[in-house]
Design a protein around this ligand. Structure first.
Ligand SMILES: [Zn+2]
Ligand SMILES: [Zn+2]
Length: 149
């Protein structure tokens, strides 16, 4: 993954500023990485992408940056079956979209088109603020491979 910061930095920076934050180099770089990844990335994967873009960082700064992006609704996070948090850009209004966990390669996919509608069928008196829907199985990259679980 290569970073061409100049082309997207202004747009990314303005999204951060619009949430009341300072557009630090790390925040802009991390949000840019998440926006381009197309799937949720672990802390280590984001760190590796920062390294390849020659963006200096340490683990604490990266943790804080990811937390800040989630808190300010520029990113969301999902726990994998390995209990590792993964992060992706974007947040739904109201409901969380579904995620697919591949048991073979460990990749987590955001299924933005799949919104849990089960909230509509909750018994009377329950008011849903957030829903999580997870699918577990084999992703297209792994279907048909010899050791498919
Ligand atoms: Zn897979
Ligand atoms: Zn997602």
């Amino acid at each position: 993954m290569t970073l061409s910061l100049e082309t997207v930095a202004n747009n990314t920076a303005s999204r951060i500023v619009s949430r009341g934050g300072r557009a630090t180099r790390t925040r802009v770089a991390v949000l840019d990485i998440l926006s381009r990844a197309g799937r949720p990335l672990s802390h280590d994967e984001v760190g590796a992408a920062l390294d390849s873009g020659a963006v200096e960082h340490d683990r604490v700064t990266l943790y804080r940056t990811l937390d800040w992006l989630v808190t300010h609704e520029l990113a969301h996070r999902v726990a994998g079956t390995d209990r590792v948090w993964r992060f992706n850009a974007g947040v739904d209004e109201g409901h969380g979209h579904a995620h697919f966990h591949c048991a073979r390669c460990g990749t987590v996919f955001c299924l933005e088109a799949l919104q849990p509608t089960i909230a509509a069928t909750l018994p009377q008196g329950f008011r849903c603020k957030r829903a999580e829907l997870s699918f577990h199985g084999t992703c297209p990259n792994c279907v048909g491979s010899p050791s498919e679980p």
